[in-house]
Design a protein around this ligand. Structure first.
Ligand SMILES: [Zn+2]
Length: 490
């Protein structure tokens, strides 16, 4: 899954400057945080609150409820410690924690600031989280989000994605909605500006100004680790191509931190870890879990298993499995307004224009289903496309799409057939026994190393690397006896 906090499409500020040069200079205002003259005519400060409130409502629909209780209050407290040190006093800031495994933080106009539980799990101190919050506040004070709305991206993207998942909250969460909307349109220079404002605000609030660079470094390490975990080759890993390289942000913010001398800078590592102890890590019950080769959705109540040798990824819109022999399986959901049979769903809805020779109605573990196969092309190679639609409820279908290279063995074809028939309703005991992973704290004993602590990590791959990144250290960093460290546990 993508690391959203760093992911940002570049929309050059040049086009803005171009507009200004075309005689719209009169519409500019001077930004109180940056001192820049900005083009803000399309979204006056008074309108920001109204736009923000509207976007906030959409976000709530998209993500479901925001987290409440001690975690939410804690984040609010950190935010309120920072806001008095910002330039814009006309904004009333509001802080929210999104129940989302992605590493994500963003702001919308009107002072709405969001951080995800995925980001909180990665941060190792209050100062690091404060730096992220301060960075997002920086986007608000520098009016980046206001510029973005003026450009139309925020509203446009938001409406499209929300429309796609309208209605039926259970399925919307299953099909998932990424947190991909709001963070994409900051420019490189805006990210740098928010970084430096973030360092400024966290230092003024008494936090260790080095925490921004430290968190960015961890974020960079996590992004690289995700690349390894998802089996991407380093060469094809062009994640940063449209974004300020994180290492560049680390260098800049390290230098910026030196400009501030904070007396007894607050880090609060211990207190922070205590707060996030028990926090859900990775997917939660309403997002579904990948465990080995099986995908479980305990809220909706189904599972299926893909062939050995497949890499399965649970992303917002689909579960995707890629086998080492090139076979791709995409599992997602389709809906129709009226109840129709799976066979006509495949023929008339899913593949309207295809003439299907071999579509047939089948039963899968008592559920009505249909399947069809035909020859298609994936990346210039001829493949067999196998479709399966399973009726879950009237008008609701779970779907497999398999793209199978022509040269796979007949025993592998049998494996794929098994995948189709592995789609089952969960039993009550399965629903109870499959639970999300959580952040737990372990105090290092003398002699403990990253390698010994890695044994406590309930992860399938690279436990030592995952432990190191999660704790913002390297695999070779000596552990401090008696110190608390984060592990991922069932
Ligand atoms: Zn940013």
């Amino acid at each position: 899954m993508a690391i959203q906090w760093t992911k940002s499409r570049v929309f050059s500020k040049k086009s803005f400057l171009g507009l200004m040069a075309l005689g719209l200079v009169a519409a500019c205002s001077t930004n109180p945080a940056t001192g820049d003259r900005q083009f803000t005519a399309l979204l006056p400060a008074e309108r920001e609150e109204a736009v923000g409130a509207e976007e906030h409502k959409k976000l709530e629909q998209a993500f479901g409820k925001f987290m409440s209780g001690p975690i939410a209050e804690y984040v609010e407290g950190i935010g309120e410690r920072i806001t008095p040190h910002t330039e814009r006093k006309d904004v009333e800031y509001k802080f929210f924690v999104i129940d989302d495994p992605m590493i994500n933080a963003f702001a919308v106009p009107g002072g709405y600031i969001y951080v995800s539980r995925g980001l909180m799990a990665l941060a190792s101190s209050e100062a690091e989280l404060a730096a992220v919050i301060a960075h997002e506040i920086g986007h608000v004070t520098a009016r980046h989000s206001a510029e973005r709305v003026s450009q139309g991206f925020l509203v446009g993207l938001g409406a499209a994605a929300i429309g796609a998942v309208a209605g039926d909250p259970g399925f919307s969460r299953a099909a998932g909605l990424g947190s991909e909307l709001y963070i994409k349109s900051y420019s490189r220079s805006q990210e740098h500006e928010a970084d430096s404002l973030g360092v400024r605000y966290s230092a003024r609030a008494g936090y260790d100004p080095n925490a921004m660079a430290k968190f960015l470094k961890t974020l960079d390490a996590q992004t690289k680790l995700d690349g390894r975990l998802e089996g991407r080759k380093q060469s094809s890993f062009n994640y940063f191509s449209t974004h300020p390289i994180t290492s560049e942000r680390v260098t800049r913010t390290t230098a910026q931190a030196k400009e501030f001398s904070v007396e007894k800078p607050a880090t609060n590592r211990h207190g922070y870890l205590k707060k996030i102890n028990g926090l859900t890590y990775g997917d939660s019950a309403d997002q579904g879990f990948v465990r080995g080769n099986t995908f479980y959705h305990t809220d909706i109540g189904f599972k299926f298993t893909v062939p050995q040798g497949s890499k399965m990824v649970n992303s917002p819109k689909a579960v995707t499995a890629k086998h080492s022999n090139g076979t791709i399986i995409i599992f997602d959901m389709g809906k129709t307004k009226d109840a129709i049979a799976p066979l006509s769903y495949i023929k008339d809805v899913w593949l309207r224009e295809k003439s299907l020779g071999s579509a047939e109605a089948i039963k899968i573990n008592g559920m009505n289903a249909a399947t069809a196969a035909f020859t298609g092309t994936v990346q210039g190679k001829s493949v067999t496309i196998r479709l399966v639609a399973i009726e879950w409820a009237p008008g609701q279908f779970f779907r497999f799409q398999m793209a199978i290279p022509k040269n796979v063995s007949s025993s592998f074809m049998d494996e794929l057939k098994k995948t189709t028939y592995s789609f089952k309703k969960l039993t009550a005991s399965e629903k109870n026994s499959i639970r999300p992973k959580r952040i737990k704290l372990v105090a290092a004993k003398s002699g403990d190393t990253v390698a010994t602590m890695a044994k406590r990590m309930d992860v399938d791959e690279l436990p030592a690397d995952q432990f190191a990144v999660l704790n913002g250290i390297n695999v070779n960093t000596p552990l401090v006896a008696g110190r608390l460290y984060k592990v991922i546990s069932d």
